[in-house]
Design a protein around this ligand. Structure first.
Ligand SMILES: [Cu+2]
Length: 345
């Protein structure tokens, strides 16, 4: 045998050995039950959030109730800033901790940081996807549901009320196929989006067109249509006289909170979350001025002055007095496309 043929055979041999090794490792790592049922395992998609016309956002999981068999994969398609967390208790996403003896609002580590890797087997108990980084938005998170038959609920902590259920059913029970589930999920989304588009037209047509007793009231997003709402101000262009007030009101039945920020909102200076590196462990996520606000409710704004409300929760309002004539553009910094202008005469 000449040298080059020998080398080639050696090379081929090592590739084959490597291949068999990988194959064997695959078999060894796999529980035999999973191997037997491999062919019947499905991947089901769940939409985490969703969007429609009129800047409608749906803060729901679609389908909200999903039946799977043990060993099936659930893959969440994350359309915005949501986490998926299995566990007993609700967790606020901002908590107050004593830092250097001062009460300091921080991002709740139980919400922000993942405890379970995407693609891994979920076997029950607490598990959190963590919040997606901006880069990972519109990404996916998946879990293999390796669980006894039963009902397992989860939630997004950023949007209270955004909850979902996975029911693991007995292998003998026939359940809808992934394509059927996807079609049902689309319908579930549309059934929420359509009323919210209607609420948007209702809001803009009934909104006040002028100040009353020196106060111009502006609605902040729509309410009253469940988990979906139109992310718009009711009067995108409001005209007042110098010295009059604007009062922004978030409907009590809104599924989401909002902000009122002057359009010069600076994401660096007015950051939502400021990570502080910890030498040992996870960073502390300080709630920045974007969350806690820089302008008090009831403040007076002069020409060229920036203003930033704190989070305005459903039912809350924010009032500013504009003392100088001018054009004041503003946004809600967490909801792209949500903007308005105040003209002060
Ligand atoms: Cu908003």
């Amino acid at each position: 045998m000449n040298q080059s043929v020998k080398q080639r055979l050696l090379k081929l041999g090592s590739v084959v050995v490597l291949g068999v090794g990988v194959f064997a490792a695959g078999i060894l790592n796999r529980p035999s039950r999973a191997l037997a049922q491999e062919a019947s395992h499905n991947t089901y998609m769940v939409q985490a959030g969703g969007f429609g016309e009129a800047n409608v956002e749906v803060l729901a999981f679609s389908p909200s109730y999903l039946k799977v068999h043990r060993g099936d994969t659930v893959m969440w398609h994350v359309t915005s800033f949501h986490n998926m967390r299995f566990g007993e208790n609700e967790e606020p996403f901002i908590i107050v901790e004593q830092i250097d003896g001062k009460p300091t609002p921080i991002g709740n580590p139980k919400v922000f940081f993942p405890t379970q890797e995407s693609g891994s087997a979920y076997k029950g108990g607490d598990a959190n996807s963590g919040l997606p980084s901006v880069d990972a938005l519109k990404g996916t998170y998946s879990l293999i549901m390796d669980l006894e038959p039963g009902v397992y609920s989860y939630r997004c902590d950023i949007h209270p009320g955004m909850t979902g259920v996975i029911e693991v059913v007995a292998d003998s029970e026939t359940i809808p196929a992934p394509t059927e589930v996807a079609a049902a999920a689309d319908k579930e989304l549309d059934d929420q989006i359509d009323p919210a588009i209607g609420a948007y037209f209702g809001m803009v047509t009934t909104a006040p067109k002028e100040a009353k007793d020196g106060v111009f009231t502006i609605g902040v997003g729509t309410g009253g249509t469940g988990r979906a709402s139109s992310l718009n101000f009711s009067t995108p262009l409001a005209v007042i006289k110098a010295g009059e007030k604007v009062q922004w009101v978030v409907p009590a039945d809104s599924p989401t909170g909002h902000f009122v920020n002057s359009a010069d909102y600076d994401p660096v200076k007015t950051a939502d979350i400021i990570p502080q590196t910890n030498p040992n462990g996870l960073p502390t996520l300080l709630a920045g001025p974007g969350f806690v606000g820089t302008t008090d409710d009831g403040a007076t704004v002069a020409s060229g002055e920036s203003f930033n409300s704190a989070t305005l929760f459903p039912g809350q309002s924010f009032t500013l007095t504009f003392k100088n004539p001018g054009v004041y553009a503003y946004i809600c910094h967490v909801h792209p496309g949500m903007s308005g202008v105040i003209i002060v005469q």
